[in-house]
Design a protein around this ligand. Structure first.
Ligand code: SIN
Ligand code: MN
Length: 199
């Protein structure tokens, strides 16, 4: 089922369980090479989510600020974006242009992500595609400027969100996770993959 909330295109139940498992397997392959790390915000505090990435670029944050980086903090190059992940971008956007980053966020039961804009990319005409796997996450959607009315919905495993057009620069975040709401990840938690064109 596809619907729109504040310009965010929500493809609810886009991926069936077999597709979710295939993506999970692909993510495991990536993090075997580029292990999850906990980025520090520029103020020095650690983020509650753990991150990895695949593609030409990953997104990193430390005391020097937020940015795209060509390698994992350990120095290894990011693995390439798995074909299963690219296939989702292809089917949901129909674009010829390919994403250059698949950011992987892992939310344990206590993790969350504050309201923010995705604005480190060079060209905002390209959408950001988000894939949710595992436990449900309460996704908050705001406006292109900070403040104002927001709307929230629980994103479930297999849901895909496209942030394009009016929602491309809209504030968004994850208030909390519903621990134990999915059996996809044996140890629980939520994975979110975001696909971005960076350059
Ligand atoms: C993000 O904005 O990077 C992640 C969004 C999500 O976890 O659903
Ligand atoms: Mn974001």
């Amino acid at each position: 089922m596809k619907f729109s909330v504040k310009g965010f295109d929500i493809h609810a139940g886009y991926l069936d369980v077999a597709a979710q498992r295939a993506l999970l397997g692909a993510v495991r392959g990536v993090v075997a090479q580029a292990p999850f790390f906990r980025p520090q915000m520029p103020n020095g505090r650690p983020m509650s989510v753990r991150m990895s990435a695949s593609g030409q670029f990953g997104w990193v944050s430390d005391k020097d600020g937020y940015r795209y980086a060509p390698s994992h903090p350990s120095g290894v190059a990011w693995p390439s974006i798995p074909a299963e992940v690219l296939a989702v971008w292809q089917s949901v956007t129909g674009l010829e242009r390919q994403p250059e980053c698949c950011l992987i966020n892992y939310y344990s039961a206590e993790a969350k992500m504050g309201l923010h804009q995705d604005r480190d990319e060079a060209d905002m005409q390209w959408p950001v595609v988000s894939i949710s796997l595992g436990d449900e996450g309460l996704f908050r959607m705001g406006n292109v400027t900070r403040g104002g009315k927001t709307e929230s919905m629980w994103l479930k495993s297999g849901d895909v969100v496209v942030m394009g057009g009016d929602s491309r620069l809209a504030y968004h975040g994850v208030d909390r996770i519903r621990a134990g709401s999915s059996k996809l990840l044996p140890k629980g938690g939520r994975l979110n993959l975001t696909l971005r064109v960076v350059t």
